[in-house]
Design a protein around this ligand. Structure first.
Ligand SMILES: NC(=O)C1=CN([C@@H]2O[C@H](COP(=O)(O)OP(=O)(O)OC[C@H]3O[C@@H](n4cnc5c(N)ncnc54)[C@H](O)[C@@H]3O)[C@@H](O)[C@H]2O)C=CC1
Ligand SMILES: O=C(O)CCC(=O)C(=O)O
Length: 384
């Protein structure tokens, strides 16, 4: 078999090399089987019929219309945890630079022209800022990144409060016992000296930090946003900085409103920009795509259930379908009508969508595949 992969952003070579023989990789492919991307927006894109999968080499999938993809039977993947350490390190950096006036100090020192050593000692008092040890950190979102930051902050001597009503069992296992659970955001807002956001951006989380939230915060709180710009209301945080409620804001998502504003430190979306995490993300995105194209097995999808079965039988059929009653019954009837025996089968569901893999004892007929495609609720059928 041969496959075409389209890249929408620069993807680390070590990941692309995983595809190997039989794959053509191009940034201008017209009819790709798979797409790999980082932050490029796909919301306005048309999807070719050929497209089977999209892999986000990273965590956030707000740049991909995942429901629209599901309706077309296009499986969307991300790479959970692959860049978490890079973001953790930048979050710790952000707490320190929001505290210690390091950026202002560097800019000031670079502007000195003469008697530099003397001027430094004379002027440094304006850049005094507090230490983080002993202070309270509120972590909103305890997923791959939030847990690493919470644990690192404990090790730096901070008191850590974590808020995540949907925390996974795995994340809870990884969390230091010293991290205290906040049952609502109000607790974080009222107690934290530093607040860091590690939640996905979606319709529910838009503007999580707004005027109402800032009104509940401790005076001088430092806010770190390495998640997505839209999670914080720009006008409200600028007003809170002006009023002195917020003592500093570090954002990885600069926009026209945020650049060159006192109290705001803008980083050009560098959270995942380390060779280590670029390699990890590219590797995972490539492998998940390759496995899906070659076997139909789904690992780390965000719009279909994870569904894996070792290859057996003489042919594999995969069916992406709506999560509605009697789908498996109708699919197996279509095969039974053509005297085709099923050797092994698996069916998984997730929300509105489901996925079925069937390994057959004999090769299916075009007629039986056409029958499966015609079942109401079937989104995509593949013969592998
Ligand atoms: N600046 C950068 O370069 C990067 C930014 N990110 C951003 O960080 C976000 C988080 O990444 P990960 O930790 O890897 O994702 P994750 O999926 O492992 O964790 C997200 C956590 O947020 C929790 N959550 C969801 N809604 C919530 C809410 N309303 N309140 C509290 N918790 C909530 C979930 O239960 C989950 O535990 C991504 O969605 C992405 O937007 C991720 C990687 C790099
Ligand atoms: O690919 C990047 O550099 C951005 C990473 C990111 O924002 C994410 O993984 O959600």
């Amino acid at each position: 078999m041969s496959y075409t992969i389209k890249t929408l952003n620069k993807i680390a070579k070590t990941g692309l090399d995983k595809f190997g023989e039989g794959y053509t990789i191009a940034d201008d492919a017209a009819n790709p089987d798979g797409i790999l991307l980082r932050s490029a927006s796909m919301h306005e894109m048309e999807f070719p019929e050929s497209l089977l999968s999209i892999a986000r080499a990273g965590a956030g999938v707000n740049n991909i219309p995942t429901d629209k993809c599901a309706e077309k039977g296009i499986v969307v993947f991300n790479t959970p945890g692959a860049n978490a350490n890079a973001v953790k390190e930048l979050a710790i950096t952000s707490m320190l630079i929001s505290s210690r006036k390091i950026v202002d100090g560097i800019n000031w020192a670079n502007g000195l022209t003469q008697d530099v050593a003397k001027e430094v000692e004379k002027g440094k008092a304006q850049f005094v800022g507090p230490e983080i040890e002993g202070k309270v950190l509120g972590v909103i979102g305890l997923g791959a990144i939030g847990v690493l930051i919470a644990n690192a902050a404990v090790n730096l001597g901070m008191e850590v409060l974590g808020y995540d009503p949907f925390i996974s069992v795995d994340a809870a296992w990884g969390l230091s016992r010293a991290v205290k659970k906040a049952t609502d955001l109000k607790t974080i807002f009222e107690k934290a000296d530093y607040i860091t956001l590690h939640i996905p951006y979606n319709a529910q989380t838009k503007g999580t930090l707004n005027a109402e939230a800032f009104a509940q915060m401790k005076k001088g709180v430092r806010v770190i946003n390495l998640s997505r710009g839209e999670l914080v209301n720009d006008d409200d945080i600028l007003a809170a900085i002006e009023a002195g409620t917020v003592g500093g804001y570090v954002t990885d998502f600069p926009n026209e409103k945020m650049i060159n504003k006192p109290g705001v430190i803008t980083i050009p979306h560098l959270g995942a920009s380390t060779p280590e995490s670029e390699d990890n993300c590219a590797h995972m995105a490539a492998m998940q795509t390759k496995v899906y194209l070659e076997t139909g097995n789904i690992r780390n999808s965000v719009n279909f259930p994870n569904c894996e079965m070792p290859l057996s039988g003489v042919q594999r059929i995969t069916v992406a379908h709506k999560n509605i009653p009697n789908m498996v019954g109708q699919i197996s009837t279509a095969l039974a009508d053509a005297q085709i025996n099923i050797k092994d089968m698996i069916n998984k569901s997730r929300g509105d969508y489901a996925y079925t893999i069937l390994d057959l004892e004999s090769v299916s007929s075009e007629e039986s595949i056409a029958k499966i495609k015609a079942i109401e609720g079937v989104l995509r059928v593949r013969v592998i």
